[in-house]
Design a protein around this ligand. Structure first.
Ligand code: FDA
Length: 491
């Protein structure tokens, strides 16, 4: 087997991985990044849109795996969207160079300061709000839609109707920033450039407009000349050596998923940035295979960030509903976080199905009163998630309250068209926790019981952050890597 030696290896190219790569490369360190998904930018293969799913639409599946309406057959390909299925919850994740930034809706929300403080009592809140959050908003190219464009553009009727209805029901709304370049979108609308958000592109990738990580952090890291990204390389398990270095077993695959090479990597310093579920899988699986040491807090304090989907049918059907054409990029939210009884934030989500389905879709983000735990079934070699309906009781109550109040003020019914009973309790886009900062790691993400192993991704956040999480994941990663470098961890 081919053995590659590297001083520093990062597994995964999502937010945590991209931030670590940039800061280490800027500090003059040579880094190898292993990513199981494809480097789409390099491959030149275009992404598909929602109405014509193709190569990019699913990770090695014969059928699409969007949250609903999966009528399309596929030829298995290393697409960018994957779905991890557990008994009571399905978790969607991104695969490819750029991780979740390739599939997500780009909503770039800074958490409420008071909630951030509650979730991370030991962090310097002031430093985060004065330094790390502004820094990452700049690096990620966060911007806000122009209000006049929003008012005039037929593709945002769903947002205008959503906000109007929310106000009528007595809810407060807020503008949601995004990494999609809204100036580009305005040009799309005027037909001056190829269309992306206005052409139903999002969860299978955006060919234009979206500043995903390959256009921001990873691009800058590549420009230092110190980063090498090996795509289609899936790390299977990790071994701790006597000299406290790590040996990684990886498989290189082709775009049909066939293994084309078994490879071994050896490194002194290892950063796990495989996303919450990927990092937990690597740690727990390695523990099952070779007794890889793991701290007792690994897997604990996991949550779905309060994700709970719901929808309403026949929203304003007589006045043209939510619009035949919809932009895929959400810009509106309903902020009910101050309500102690029903605490939630919800995104006014698009449903760009190419026809007016007079349906409003919402992704609620709630508190997580009861956390779950990720474990490993050594007999069947499967990741297990201790999570069921008891974990989402309050989220369901909030969704019911929300829909009832909206329907009372505006008419409409719970959407049975999208979900059983109108509720998608099992839909999760934001898995968080399991390697919680300060619990399974030290204060900067270095794993307990290890000298040369670090975790930098969503698993550091204890299951909840109250808003869409990537801005927080990026900020926490900036904070950790800055301090780890300062402490000479990578000297
Ligand atoms: P992330 O998951 O981004 O990256 C991990 C990478 O590691 C992946 O590329 C994966 O392929 C790779 N990997 C895993 N295991 C590996 C292995 N064994 N070997 C090699 N590579 C491996 N958030 C938000 O703030 N705003 C939003 O609008 C949305 N919208 C949204 C929509 C959809 C459909 C999804 C699925 C998710 C979102 N999110 C979101 C969530 C957001 O995308 C997510 O929280 C972050 O991408 C998580 O970042 P991480 O750095 O933790 O890992």
């Amino acid at each position: 087997k081919e053995i590659t030696e590297a001083p520093i290896i990062i597994i995964g190219s999502g937010y945590g991985g991209a931030v670590s790569a940039l800061r280490l490369c800027e500090a003059g360190k040579k880094v190898i990044m292993l990513e199981m998904g494809l480097n789409w930018e390099k491959s030149g293969i275009p992404y598909s849109n929602l109405l014509k799913p193709g190569k990019s639409s699913a990770w090695l599946r014969k059928k699409t795996i969007a949250p609903f309406m999966n009528l399309f057959s596929l030829t298995p390909f290393t697409g960018i969207l994957d779905r991890l299925e557990f008994d009571h919850i399905n978790i969607w994740v991104g695969r490819g160079v750029g991780g979740g930034s390739l599939v997500n809706g780009g909503m770039a929300v800074t958490p409420k300061e008071s909630y951030f403080k509650e979730v991370f009592p030991s962090l310097d809140t002031e430093k985060f709000y004065n330094h790390y959050f502004p820094l990452v908003r700049e690096e990620l190219k966060v911007n806000v839609i122009d209000e006049q464009f929003l008012k005039d553009c037929p593709y945002y009727k769903f947002t205008r109707v959503g906000e109007e209805e929310a106000h009528k029901a007595g809810f407060k709304t807020m503008r949601v920033p995004n990494v999609y370049d809204f100036k580009y979108m305005e040009k799309e609308f005027r037909n001056e450039v190829p269309r992306s958000a206005l052409n139903t592109e999002v969860i299978y990738g955006n060919n234009h407009g979206k500043n995903s990580l390959d256009k921001t952090y990873l691009k800058k890291a590549m420009e230092t000349g110190n980063l090498e990204i090996l795509d289609l390389h899936k790390v299977e398990h990790i071994k701790l050596n006597n000299d406290k270095s790590y040996t990684l077993n990886a498989q290189q695959i082709d775009t049909s998923g066939n293994v084309i090479a078994d490879k071994i990597f050896h490194c002194k310093k290892l950063i796990l940035a495989a996303g919450t579920m990927g990092t937990l899988q690597l740690l727990l699986q390695s523990n099952a295979i070779n007794d890889f040491p793991i701290h007792e807090n690994i897997g604990k304090n996991w949550g779905n960030n309060g994700n709970f989907m719901t929808g309403r049918n026949w929203v304003k059907p007589l006045s043209g509903g939510t619009g035949t054409k919809q932009s895929t990029i959400p810009v509106g939210g309903i902020d009910n976080w101050e309500d102690q009884e029903h605490t939630f934030f919800t995104e006014i989500a698009p449903l760009p199905m190419g026809m007016d389905v007079a349906t409003a879709l919402y992704l609620l983000i709630n508190r997580v009163d009861k956390k779950g735990e990720v474990t490993y079934d050594k007999v069947n070699h499967l990741l297990k998630l201790n999570w069921d309906e008891s974990n989402t009781v309050k989220m369901r109550e909030n969704a019911k309250y929300f829909v009832r109040k909206m329907n009372k003020a505006n008419g409409g019914t719970r959407s049975h068209f999208l979900f059983n009973n109108g509720f998608g309790a099992d839909i999760c886009y934001h898995p968080l926790g399991g390697c919680v900062l300060g619990e399974a790691t030290n204060e900067f993400g270095k794993l307990k019981d290890h000298d040369n192993l670090y975790v930098l991704d969503g698993s550091l956040i204890p299951g909840t952050i109250g808003v869409n999480p990537f801005v927080t994941i990026t900020a926490i990663s900036e904070y950790c890597i800055e301090n780890l470098i300062k402490q000479n961890e990578f000297a």
